[in-house]
Design a protein around this ligand. Sequence first.
Ligand code: FAD
Length: 323
Amino acid sequence: MNDNSVSSFSVLTSGEAAEKYSSEPVDIAIVGGGPAGYSAAVNAVNRGRTAVIISGDYRESYLYKASSVENMPGMPGQSGAGLLEAFRGHALSMGAVEIPGQVLLIMPFPTGDGTSLFQLAYGNNILAARSVVLTVGASAFKPYPGESHLLGRGVSYCATCDGMLYRGKTTAVIAKSADAVEEAGHLAKIGCKVLFFASAPDMKKWGSHIPDGAFDQIVTASSFEITGEDQVTALIADGSKYTADGVFILRSSIAPDALLPGIDISDGYISVDRSQATSVPGVFAAGDCTGKPLQIAKALGEGLVAALSADAFLAAEERATRD
Ligand SMILES: Cc1cc2nc3c(=O)[nH]c(=O)nc-3n(C[C@H](O)[C@H](O)[C@H](O)COP(=O)(O)OP(=O)(O)OC[C@H]3O[C@@H](n4cnc5c(N)ncnc54)[C@H](O)[C@@H]3O)c2cc1C
């Protein structure tokens, strides 16, 4: 993804924002670059708030895949990719900043002075924020058998972050996102034995990007189970057992309750009230991740409400700490 250079109104580049907000909190961190995230960003900036969107490749947005959108009022027949580029361009031109990266964990951080602070871990970096808007889309996956139980005990979602723990050991990589080949390459580079797994359609998309001899084994498989009592011992792929010390599951999205442990979920979607507030104070959610209908207009509207609610939340904290 390019650095933000969409307009002369952009205040910071991605790199500058990543550095600045690693310690000084941004007002509103928006997780996910899709219609809901860009709508939240436009409205956060409109309210005079600093806003950072952290997103995996925004072309992973569901919308990017829509060839023609017929139900956007006033704009029938546009391509999903065209609409998304327009939403993104608008947000960035207003001064919102986008940092490329997948958020792996959000941690509320006690300040003791009545203000909220969150730390968002992405790659090997941290972004500090006073409030958070989750716009991560619908989690189009169920965890594999053994995944939740062994998460943090051999199961990881980030090769860059956890790879060193498996140096000299055997890792199995389940590739479900475009950057998986690169992430698996990182494991090989730091001295892990890498068994690379992908489904037949994904192998067709990415197989040609795998350099000869890059991995110890390349396996086409579509069903997975992770085994081990207290620690991963093996991956079972399409019924065959592969002994492994670590299993890296590289998807473009992470289940919301793994992203923010303790957040209320209902039927797989983040529970919100009419102000888009989640069960965690200071954290709001919008778009497909809050439930049906999974549609653009709903995502845009909820993004707006979430940004206004985050602004109101921050204003209330500012009043309380002033008095
Ligand atoms: C083929 C197809 C056709 C469609 N056609 C229509 C249509 O005609 N009309 C209509 O109204 N809707 C349509 N939709 C639905 C529409 O695309 C979605 O409702 C809309 O994109 C939801 O927006 P969102 O912002 O909530 O999530 P998304 O657009 O899914 O965006 C989520 C973003 O979050 C990022 N992300 C996820 N997890 C993380 C993380 N942990 N860290 C950082 N970033 C993360 C993803 O990479 C992605 O960029 C269609 C969908 C598809 C797949």
